[in-house]
Design a protein around this ligand. Structure first.
Ligand code: MV4
Length: 515
């Protein structure tokens, strides 16, 4: 086994990789930017190297500084986490050129999947169904027009160098095509330094379902089933679950087999995710793109399969065989994950940086919180504001959601705004509970919430009165306890504190402050 692994990342994912290193008896090496000197991932590692100032381009994206840190500390391998350099084929190649092991797929597989048009061609060659459309960049708006007429409107224009919905345009008719084409092109050029576009037929009300695959360097490739990721806001996933509520064993086996075929075709190694759009109506599935990294939402797959994906990444990168075959993979129960962000859901999810002045993290049956922060952590504007991923496991989807609701109610973060109140409302939403999860979910949910709020004014006054009454009652209890001097008032005090917090939470849910 490696003796030292450098983790080229920060936050919750760096902490996650450090934990896998500890399980394997490997010494973790952290890198950090200047403002991250007191970060949790730095404290939890054995060695830490400062790689530059706050801006990512000078620190967490600084390839020479990271490779230098590995050399100086004697690390033998580098785990990139997700984001930053995780899907940068040049980085993977530079790591190997430096005589180190890159914990991830080879640079060639990363390059093929990095271009969405070459990924689509690879899928076609492997016999995997793609969304109908082009597998070459469009040469001109005239070609786009001809292809759109051939496939039929509505169509999607997408950036060849893109992914995850960046630089994407829905075009519903030929009149809109020219302006959409020009806009998408300049957006793609600005975002990726590559203006090329391709075209797909638009799938109406699709679901986003992705397959986790895993491969070793001896040609063994398995799939670990699907994750349902249809609940997205501005192409950012909000809630993920495993399995998909529309899954059945047949669909899982067919999608899993397609994903494995694609992974084999590009000689894939390590953890990867093959994304599909699935028609909610026909249950047809179409390859969308492949992510050549460990994903944010990997814990739901871990909870349901019992497989530690990061541990497997490390052992496979070290040359070991995959420790299991497809027949060994079993799916037990259901898991749901929320991405807790330092963002204000009452103010259009505006980032809410600052110091965490209070933190109470949930636990108990079926709860897992993957966090990158602690009390007094500073949430910086420089990086992704994800502070933790709260996941719940249950034998059924209903049990998992019950536990998630309880854990969300226990979770308290002070000093910054978080998306916790938004999730507390989602887990109580009837449409969510009955799993009507196509891609329009969030906009319908927000509409229902706005309507509910218009009727909430009267309730607010009632809650204020209850809060005042509880405060008076609490003051009385405190005085009685002080008179008794024997601590017998302690239990009541606890109950009151919690009742008060709950009341405050509900009464504040309309003015935007976070509890
Ligand atoms: C699509 C689509 C419909 N048709 N492609 C791709 C990246 C993802 N973040 C958004 N993507 C979509 N691609 C075709 N041909 C609809 C979406 C889409 C979507 C997909 C999954 C989950 C939520 C979504 C929200 C808006 C659009």
């Amino acid at each position: 086994m490696f003796r030292k692994i450098l983790i080229a990342n920060r936050g919750e994912i760096a902490v996650r990789v450090i934990r896998a290193c500890r399980d394997l008896g490997v010494s973790p090496v952290a890198v950090y930017s200047e403002p991250d000197i007191d970060a949790v991932h730095v404290k939890l590692s054995d060695h830490a190297v400062c790689i530059g100032p706050a801006p990512s381009v000078q620190s967490y994206l600084n390839i020479p500084a990271i490779i230098d840190a590995a050399r100086k500390t004697g690390a033998e391998a580098i785990h990139p986490g997700y984001g930053f350099l995780a899907e940068n084929a040049d980085f993977a190649a530079a790591v190997v050129d430096a005589g180190l092991v890159f914990i991830g797929p080879g640079a060639d597989a990363m390059r093929i999947m990095g271009s969405k048009t070459s990924a689509r061609r690879a899928a076609v060659d492997a016999g995997v169904p793609i969304v109908p459309g082009t597998v070459e960049p469009l040469a001109s708006v005239e070609e786009a027009d001809a292809v759109a007429r051939q496939f039929g409107y509505p169509v999607m224009l997408k950036a060849s160098a893109g992914g995850g919905g960046k630089g994407m345009r829905l075009v519903t008719s030929a009149d809109e095509l020219r302006s959409s084409f020009e806009n998408a092109k300049s957006e793609a050029a600005a975002a990726f330094g590559d203006a090329s576009l391709y075209l797909e037929k638009a799938i109406e009300r699709p679901r986003h379902i992705e397959i986790q695959i895993f491969a070793d360097n001896q040609g063994n490739v398995v799939h670990l089933g699907e994750r349902e990721c249809s609940i997205q806001r501005r192409h950012q996933k909000v809630i993920e679950e495993c399995p998909s509520p529309i899954n059945n064993a047949g669909l899982r086996a067919a999608m899993g087999e397609a994903a494995v075929k694609l992974a084999r075709a590009v000689n894939y190694s390590g953890a990867g995710t093959v994304e599909f759009l699935v028609s909610d109506i026909t249950r047809d599935f179409f390859f969308l793109e492949m992510n050549t990294r460990l994903q944010v939402e990997h814990p739901v797959t871990e909870l349901v399969t019992g497989i530690d994906l990061v541990r497997e990444q490390i052992t496979v990168a070290n040359g070991a065989d995959l420790g299991f075959s497809q027949d060994d993979v079993n799916w037990n129960g259901h898991a749901v994950e929320c991405r807790v962000y330092a963002e204000d859901p009452e103010n259009n999810f505006f980032p809410s940086p600052g110091r965490i002045t209070h933190l109470s993290v949930p636990s108990g049956p079926g709860i897992r919180d993957d966090s990158g922060v602690e009390l007094n952590s500073e949430v910086s504007i420089h990086y992704d504001p994800l502070i933790s991923k709260l996941a719940a496991w249950g034998r059924t989807r209903e049990e998992a959601i019950d536990r998630l609701r309880r854990a969300l109610d226990e979770y308290e973060v002070g000093g910054i705004k978080t998306t916790l109140p938004f999730f507390r409302a989602i887990v109580r939403d009837e449409e969510f509970k009955s799993a009507r999860l196509d891609t329009g979910f969030i906009s319908r949910f927000n509409e229902r919430r706005d309507t509910a709020r218009e009727h909430a004014g009267a309730d607010e006054i009632e809650q204020d009165i209850a809060l005042i009454a509880a405060t008076i009652h609490y003051a009385k209890l405190q005085r009685a306890a002080a008179l008794r001097h024997n601590g017998a008032g302690e239990e009541n005090r606890w109950k009151m504190v919690h009742r008060l917090r709950r009341l405050q939470r509900f009464s504040r849910s309309n003015d935007g402050s976070t509890v």
